[in-house]
Every structure is written in structure tokens, then in C-alpha cells.
Design a protein around this ligand. Structure first.
Ligand SMILES: NC(=O)c1ccc[n+]([C@@H]2O[C@H](COP(=O)([O-])OP(=O)(O)OC[C@H]3O[C@@H](n4cnc5c(N)ncnc54)[C@H](OP(=O)(O)O)[C@@H]3O)[C@@H](O)[C@H]2O)c1
Length: 212
């Protein structure tokens, strides 16, 4: 059993990860500013801002999952906040899994990342900020930190929650597409991949993509 701290554990991504990890018997702590609407039995809910809680909840963790989003008052602040989570995780000797975006993936080996090309206006800011959080890890993560930057499929999000199938594929920095040319993953299956990566580490200081 591992002690897993999930920042954003009441959100779409974090909530699924919290449920999956708790179901496997891990000791799970979720951090968010609001109380959970549907608390998961056995999960410890820390209610407070990341800046006020991180120094208290990270020591003693085996794995830290960063699943905040650069929206609302967090827009423009994710790099600064994640830098601190990475520092505290390294200090605690915890594995650090940071959730990012699809657009940080490449369409093909050696090709520019999606974020370097045309991005629809409505996703642009979030894509750029997500990419900046990837660059933070590549260029500036503490040398002792065992990090993974996890990119979901293109059609991933609360608007496309889908169902748990128990299946997923894991790639590196090149995006995975199914036989119909679609890039998709349900919230539950994405969480399965993240918790599998915690239970059986396969990626170290690199990006991983999850899709069907
Ligand atoms: N296809 C894609 O590429 C794709 C699609 C969706 C998401 N994503 C990525 O996945 C990540 C998570 O997104 P999401 O949609 O799952 O997020 P979400 O549903 O908006 O959840 C965000 C979570 O973070 C918490 N939070 C926000 N600010 C906080 C703060 N200052 N202190 C503590 N907790 C805070 C929220 O709770 P409170 O507000 O109560 O604090 C909530 O639990 C992001 O990096 C996002 O870019 C990628």
C-alpha cells in the first residue's frame, strides 16, 4: 500500500485517480479548496489551497499526483505552483506524476508538438500553460525527482467521461490513435493507467501518453 497525495482530487482527472487508488487499498489524500461533493470512503480530504497545504501533506508520501488545471484564478499560476510541488516531492523522496495536455504530444517522431502549431483559440492558453509545465520538468526539475508527465488523449475531459473498459495503451511523446484515427480515453481508464504507473513504475523523467 502506498500513500498517494492527489492535488485536485475532487476534479475530473483527480477524482477518477482518487477513486481508482482508494479501490486498490492505497492510502489516499485529496487536496482541493472545496469539500468533495461525493467523498470516497477511506480517502482523506484536505480542504485548502495547494500553497497552504502542500508542505504539510507531501512529506511521507510515496507518490504525488498534480492534477490541477490552469483555469479560473489558477490561470497563469500553474508553473509556479508545480515547481513547488516538484521541489517538495523531491525532498520527500516521492514519485511525482504531473498531468498535462494532449497538445504537448507530437503527431509523429521528430515532428513539432501539437502546441507548436495551430491551436483553436478556446484551448490555446491552457495548451500553452500545460506545455510550460512539461518544460518545467524537463529543464528545471530537481535532479533527484522521479517524475512523469502524463498526457491524455485528444478527446479526453469531463465533456467526454466515457466508461471504464479496463483497457488503454501507453505511449511516449508521440500521440496514439486508434484504428479509426481517433485519440480518446475515458476518465476511468486514464485513471487506471496513472495508478498502474504508480504501482508498477515504467516511466522515469519522461513524458507518457495514454489513449485507446
Ligand atoms: N485532452 C486534454 O489534453 C485534457 C483535457 C482535460 C484536462 N486536461 C488536463 O488535466 C489536468 C486536470 O484537468 P481537469 O479538467 O481534470 O481539472 P478540474 O476538473 O477542473 O479539476 C481541478 C481540481 O483542482 C482543484 N484546484 C484548483 N485550484 C486549486 C488550488 N489553488 N488549490 C487546491 N486545489 C485546487 C479543484 O478543486 P477546487 O476548485 O475546489 O480547489 C479540482 O479538484 C489539467 O492539467 C488539464 O490541462 C487535459
Amino acid at each position: 500500500m502506498a500513500r498517494i497525495v492527489v492535488f485536485g482530487g475532487t476534479g475530473y482527472t483527480g477524482g477518477n485517480i482518487v477513486r481508482e487508488a482508494a479501490a486498490r487499498g492505497h492510502e489516499v489524500v485529496s487536496v482541493s479548496r472545496s469539500e468533495p461533493e461525493a467523498p470516497v470512503e477511506g480517502v482523506g480530504y484536505e480542504v485548502g489551497a495547494v500553497e497552504d497545504t502542500a508542505h504539510r501533506v507531501i512529506p511521507g508520501a510515496d507518490a504525488v499526483v498534480a492534477a490541477l488545471s490552469p483555469r479560473g484564478d489558477m490561470a497563469g499560476r500553474l508553473v509556479e505552483v508545480y515547481r513547488e510541488l516538484a521541489r517538495l516531492s523531491a525532498e520527500a523522496g516521492a514519485r511525482y506524476l504531473q498531468i498535462g495536455g494532449f497538445s504537448s504530444l507530437r503527431p509523429g517522431a521528430g515532428e513539432p508538438r501539437f502546441v507548436e502549431g495551430e491551436i483553436a483559440e478556446e484551448y490555446r492558453e491552457e495548451a500553452l500553460e500545460g506545455e510550460a509545465t512539461r518544460v518545467l520538468l524537463v529543464e528545471d526539475a530537481p535532479s533527484a525527482l522521479d517524475w512523469v508527465f502524463v498526457s491524455p488523449a485528444g478527446a479526453y475531459g469531463a465533456w467526454a467521461a466515457g466508461e471504464r473498459t479496463g483497457m488503454y495503451r501507453v505511449g511516449g511523446e508521440v500521440a496514439l490513435f486508434d484504428t479509426d484515427g481517433e485519440s480518446t480515453i475515458s476518465g476511468a481508464d486514464f485513471a487506471l493507467a496513472v495508478v498502474d504507473e504508480i504501482d508498477t513504475p515504467g516511466h522515469h523523467r519522461e513524458q507518457m501518453g495514454v489513449a485507446y
